[in-house]
Ligand binder design. Structure first.
Ligand SMILES: Nc1ncnc2c1ncn2[C@@H]1O[C@H](COP(=O)(O)OP(=O)(O)OP(=O)(O)O)[C@@H](O)[C@H]1O
Length: 254
């Protein structure tokens, strides 16, 4: 991995929830315009690590972080970092689609409005572009004023992706974005992720090893708060260096 291609990296990252250690000395480098998957058994710290990348853990009361997370080589936790702007640049899509109780249009226009765009024509353009990028436009273009909650689960998840794209992020964090979806909706999101990496960097937490091996370029295997192994997805799934990784990908535990 060449240095100039690294958009995010952590150094000696440790995280505690109260007295409980959830991340231990994590060092990981995330390459630009690639998909990086985080895998590992339940409770190993995947979501915790993902949430560090846009400081979502700041919202958790008893959470303490030590070490560094560098974004374009600048410390994310340095004093004076504008967290609202950071979460615009590093957006997040959650496990369960969570559209606002508003229209399809307003769900996508909301972020740009909050960030100061008032011109209605410009908002129309952003909404259309974001819905197209999220492969949803064809299904909703004639009902933009309908409530978003009337969409199917898979459509709602693509709407949430469109909502994230509307504020022009660089990085998209996805926390098990397909776990509430059926196989057809999952396939749509997976092919969308393939498309997205042309313009964005994607980090995805997934329980599905098949999904990680289908869509990611790099994979990190975590176990009990540690990053046990990190490398090219093909290598991790064909000849991992670590015995624990091998045991996990061959289904011996999980
Ligand atoms: N807000 C919190 N307060 C206290 N402990 C927490 C909190 N969030 C997570 N934890 C604990 O930190 C550890 C890591 O949790 P995390 O959700 O990051 O794991 P995960 O690998 O994403 O799990 P899963 O695959 O089940 O979602 C777990 O032991 C969990 O119980």
């Amino acid at each position: 991995m060449k240095n100039e291609n690294i958009i995010l990296n952590t150094k000696d990252l440790n995280l505690h929830y109260g007295d409980k250690s959830a991340l231990k000395d994590i060092g990981i480098s995330i390459e630009k315009n690639k998909v990086t998957a985080l895998i590992g058994p339940s409770g190993c710290g995947k979501s915790t690590l993902l949430r560090c990348f846009n400081r979502m853990n700041d919202l958790v009361d008893n959470c303490k972080i030590k070490g560094e997370i560098l974004y374009h080589e600048k410390n994310l936790y340095a004093p004076g970092v504008d967290v609202v702007n950071l979460r615009k640049l590093i957006g997040m899509v959650f496990q369960h689609p969570n559209p606002f109780p508003k229209s399809i249009y307003e769900n996508v226009a909301y972020g740009p409005r909050v960030h100061g765009i008032k011109d209605e024509k410009k908002l129309d353009e952003i909404v259309e572009k974001s819905l197209k990028q999220a492969a949803l436009w064809d299904e909703v273009s004639n009902r933009l004023d309908d409530p978003a909650t009337g969409l199917s689960g898979g459509q709602q998840q693509r709407l949430c992706i469109a909502r994230t794209l509307a504020v022009e992020p660089e990085v998209i964090l996805m926390d098990e974005p397909c776990s509430a979806l059926d196989p057809i909706a999952t396939a749509k999101i997976e092919s969308l992720i393939e498309e997205l990496k042309k313009d964005y960097t994607v980090i995805i937490v997934t329980h599905s090893m098949q999904q990680a091996s289908r869509i990611s370029d790099y994979t990190g295997f975590m176990y009990m708060g540690e990053l046990i192994e990190f490398g090219e997805t093909e290598k991790i799934f064909s000849s991992p260096d670590n015995k624990l990784t091998n045991n996990y990908i061959t289904g011996r535990f999980g």
